[in-house]
Design a protein around this ligand. Sequence first.
Ligand code: FAD
Ligand code: DLZ
Ligand code: SF4
Length: 512
Amino acid sequence: MAVLRPILADQLSPSLASLRDADRDSDWLLFCEVASEAGYVKHHQKKITLLFSAMRHYAEQLREQGWQVHYSRLDDPANTGSLVAEVARLAALLGCQQVVATLAGEQRLVDEMQSWQQHSGLPVELREDDRFLASHDDFVQWAAGRKQLRMEYFYRDMRRRYQILLDGDQPVGGAWNYDSDNRKPAPADLAAVEPLRFVPDAITSEVQGLVAEHFDDHPGSAEGFHFAVTREQTLEVLEHFIGLSLPLFGDYQDAMVEGEPWLFHSHISFYLNCGLLLPLECIEAAERAYRNGRAPLNAVEGFIRQILGWREYVRGIYWLKMPDYKTANFFNAQRPLPALYWGAQTQMNCLAQCVGETLDNAYAHHIQRLMVLGNFALLAGLAPSEVNDWYLAVYADAYEWVELPNVTGMVLFADGGVVASKPYAAGGAYISRMSNYCKNCHYKVKERSGERGCPFNYLYWDFLARHRDQLGNNPRLGMIYRSYDKMAADKRELIATDAAQFLTRLDSGETV
Ligand code: FAD
Ligand code: DLZ
Ligand code: SF4
């Protein structure tokens, strides 16, 4: 019996559940470049380039290995433009009697996949995606009966379960978490590691042309694309990171430097999330580096926590809390996303730098996403749906299962405290400590108010004052509210006036 086995753009892994019992002689593997997936938000042109080029390379390799592969190109006149219609069309065209697929990573597409049977008229088997280290059931069991779903405790369980960085049953070095060592600002003479850049081959160049032609109204550009697009290349990226950047990854994990978008980060989220790399191999490579004396514990533990802890945890939260999570809006924030997120001029240098790098590279590192771009969205009261759409569109590693909990939970506190125990709100002092952005800024980070006062300063206090009803009882904010209460009344008034004026200017489209 011929089985059609559709493979989504983020399912580029030979170990995929739906391929396990595939038959090279009778079955068809199907890849589809479709307008519906490329356009449901305006994905960055480099993100589409990455996914289409990686799909084309992978399909080619599978063909060379003797598989029957059908590849629907975006510009094929027969392409119907959606996965549901392509599956129905090609199942009939290729004479398949059944469809077997691995469930998509996000609710929207899972819902669509559940309608494939009806549309194709064939039995459709949908299998759980088991490339993650915690299944949905594992997470549900972990969460059951807990008052708080803190990542740190989930992470410790995962360390024990996978025997990562343990001496016997104890954490290597005596502590589970070395984050306190990982908050160094970058020194002025810091030499960051350059990322490994790949020259586009014929397949990638063709995709760049296609993307430029069909998605020119999407953010960014397909020009300057240098990401890995094959499994072999992504393994080189991993090796490059482990050998060169991992030793300093921990120290400068939170640092931000003007003109240095890549620093000591791994830049592997693009590849982990589309399946070219698998989480355990990255974790094990980092642990080996520690055991061989090639990288210190604070760096290795910090890196492993991001993948074994945060990445698995946010996916667990997503499926535990959907579909309500998508509309969560604890603060009832309603402000539209200002044009500066799309590159309109701003005098706030930190925002200008982080937005600029994001639009150029389809990448920004975690602290830029959290403490500059996200912090501003939180303090300015931007509507969660608009902020989520932006993050989903602009980053090449963005899929709803990972983007939504980071934005709605970690950044906006729109889930009311499921992910974070308090909002990650900060004034300009944090950005000044962790970056060199303030040196070149129109605003003065040490000034708390007035025309040249750093907007993060008054927006921070105004945010806390505005949301006292919701946050006043949070034990982690008690000291901060006490400081606010100790401020002279005229100072508090100035904060409110400056914030109101700033937000009015933002709303009216003025350059802020
Ligand atoms: P590194 O700093 O080298 O970290 C190693 C790996 O750890 C990453 O590749 C990633 O797989 C994982 N990781 C680290 N932090 C997180 C996290 N908070 N959640 C999940 N995985 C994590 N990550 C995405 O993969 N896709 C997203 O759409 C995404 N959106 C984000 C939105 C916001 C507002 C914030 C604050 C974070 C978001 N992250 C997202 C997490 C993180 O910023 C990126 O994973 C990281 O910047 C990717 O770069 P890197 O590979 O160089 O990461
Ligand atoms: C993000 C994306 C894009 C841009 N294009 C496609 C596509 O053409 N074909 C496809 O199969 N998948 C695409 N994707 C990924 C999906 O939109 C979706 O985010 C993931 O499959 C969720 O697991
Ligand atoms: Fe950003 Fe304020 Fe520093 Fe300017 S002064 S870069 S707005 S934190």
